[in-house]
Ligand binder design. Structure first.
Ligand SMILES: [Zn+2]
Length: 99
């Protein structure tokens, strides 16, 4: 897939997760099949494989499509959860995104 198309597809899967009890916002991107979440620190880091290999290890790119998509995104879907919901539903998806 062309990079622009990849970026657009990634853009649709971005999400801001507000953990209400903690007062923190976590930026993340769902994988293509929605079975995991990549943790994104906009402008800095993404837990996806492309970031690890292409950006961090090979230095072949500046950013992965998720970091690019966050730069371009004007309104990212926001999800508000309690810490309990975060721990049960979101954290396992983020954890899988790190594997
Ligand atoms: Zn990424």
């Amino acid at each position: 897939m062309e990079r622009r198309a990849l970026r657009a597809a990634a853009g649709a899967r971005l999400v801001k997760i507000v953990v209400e009890d903690l007062g923190v916002t976590i930026h993340a991107a769902y994988s293509a099949d929605y079975d995991r979440l990549y943790l994104v620190i906009p402008g800095e880091f993404c837990s996806c494989p492309s970031y690890l290999f292409d950006v961090f290890l090979r230095r072949a790119a500046d950013k992965c499509v998720h970091l690019e998509a966050f730069e371009l995104a004007s309104n990212v879907r926001e999800v508000r959860v309690s810490y309990e919901e975060f721990r049960k539903r979101i954290y396992p998806l983020l954890f899988r995104g790190l594997l």
